[in-house]
Design a protein around this ligand. Structure first.
Ligand code: UT7
Length: 361
């Protein structure tokens, strides 16, 4: 047995507002049948105007701390949709969580963001740089999606998920055994919001529509996603010497049901060990893996300690996989925090969590 980081808390936050496929067919040239067949998505969540990624991140982070019964000493926030270009969103999230002066940073690895943040956080624990990092994936994707683009508007949704880590050993449920990360900037044009940075700067009204919104070359991204997630998953499993057939929980980034099926089929993970909630929440980018883990937990079909494979792929291009054992946690769900809400002590948080019924998935 060796020292490693262990997942000890799991929290989520989903906005209440549900957007069904039928809602989208009212304004886009698409159909419920096309969306279900090509993506597996039936509905997704969307924030109310004025609610930001930080508001979802604070709620999910607080929920993970309540689930763990302890507070964080480091905050890593994975997001594609920060509250603003500058400064990072994580320091304000840490402040609103009452985590005074802890280190806090954002990670921009798009849909691989959660696995990137998990990899960084577990390495920080092993290096002795912190003891209890909070890893949050939070997105308000509807803030960058072109409502007139049927290629993307039917896929993405808003939400947040978080895990709290602590120092532990590799024999415990929730142990992070290995994380593999990779990137290929040669494919950086396949998923972009092209404008608004230093290459194409300027005020919003000066940037053409095409460069203002999120754009994705779906077919090529699909091809790369299947190939990269499969090879990354194989490589992390090789590192820990687990065979794909020994995996008892497969939770992939909820990009597209067909992508997830193709990856699991290629790896040889049995259907009964595949978990996901894309039908209910769509693709929530950096938030999707912790949201799917919480949903899987609620199914009561996974035992703490079960060999678990997490894998993701996204813009950058980026990808990553983690070999962990299923954590012994009860997930907590909280509604978005209002922009001015500050969270109090752990006692206040516990009271708050008990008073808030888990949101339906
Ligand atoms: O989150 C991490 C990164 N993202 C992903 O991994 C997503 C990867 N890509 C995908 O999931 C899929 O490529 C999409 C769901 C985006 C598209 O599915 P597809 O099966 O690859 O469709 P396609 O792009 O090849 O398009 C097939 C047809 C096209 O029409 P034509 O050219 O055959 O006449 C599209 O214009 O489907 C059309 N189409 C739609 N039709 C109805 C594209 N989007 C829609 C739509 N409704 N929403």
């Amino acid at each position: 047995m060796s020292e490693c980081a262990v997942i000890c808390g799991l929290g989520t936050c989903l906005p209440e507002r549900v957007i069904t496929n039928e809602d989208l067919t009212a304004r886009l040239d698409t159909s419920d049948e096309w969306i279900r067949r090509r993506t597996g998505i039936q509905r997704r969540r969307m924030v109310d105007p004025g609610t930001s990624t930080g508001d979802l991140a604070v709620a999910a982070g607080q929920a993970a701390q309540v689930s763990a019964g302890r507070s964080a000493d480091f905050v890593v926030l994975a997001t594609t949709t920060p509250d603003r270009p500058c400064p990072a969103t994580a320091p304000e999230v840490a402040h609103r969580l009452g985590l005074t002066e802890v280190p806090a940073l954002d990670i921009a690895a798009v849909c691989s963001g959660f696995v990137y943040a998990l990899g960084l956080a577990e390495a920080l624990v092993r290096a002795g740089a912190c003891d209890q990092p909070l890893v949050i994936g939070a997105e308000v994707y509807t803030s960058i999606i072109d409502p007139q683009d049927r290629n993307t508007a039917v896929i993405f949704g808003d939400g947040a998920g978080a895990v709290l880590l602590r120092r532990g050993d590799s024999g415990e449920p929730g142990a992070i055994h290995a994380v593999e990360l990779g990137s290929s900037g040669a494919g950086s044009d396949l998923i972009t919001v092209a404008g608004g940075g230093s290459r194409i700067p300027g005020r919003e009204q000066q940037v053409p529509r095409e460069q203002r919104y999120f754009r994705m070359q779906g077919r090529e991204v699909y091809r790369q996603a299947v190939a990269r997630m499969t090879s990354s998953a194989r490589s992390v499993l090789d590192r820990v010497q687990w065979s794909p057939s020994s995996v008892r929980a497969f939770v992939g980034h909820q990009a597209n049901q067909r992508i997830l099926d193709a990856v699991a089929d290629r790896l040889g993970v049995s259907k009964c060990y595949r978990f996901g909630n894309i039908a209910e929440v769509g693709n929530t980018a950096a938030a999707s893996i912790p949201l799917a883990m919480a949903d899987a937990s609620a199914s009561n079909r996974i035992h703490p300690g079960a060999p678990t494979l997490l894998t993701a792929f996204g813009g950058g291009l980026t990808w990553g996989s983690a070999a962990v054992t299923w954590p012994d946690v009860v997930p907590v769900s909280l509604p978005p925090k209002s922009p001015t809400a500050l969270c109090g002590s752990m006692t206040d948080r516990e009271t708050d969590a008990v008073a808030t019924a888990p949101q339906p998935h």
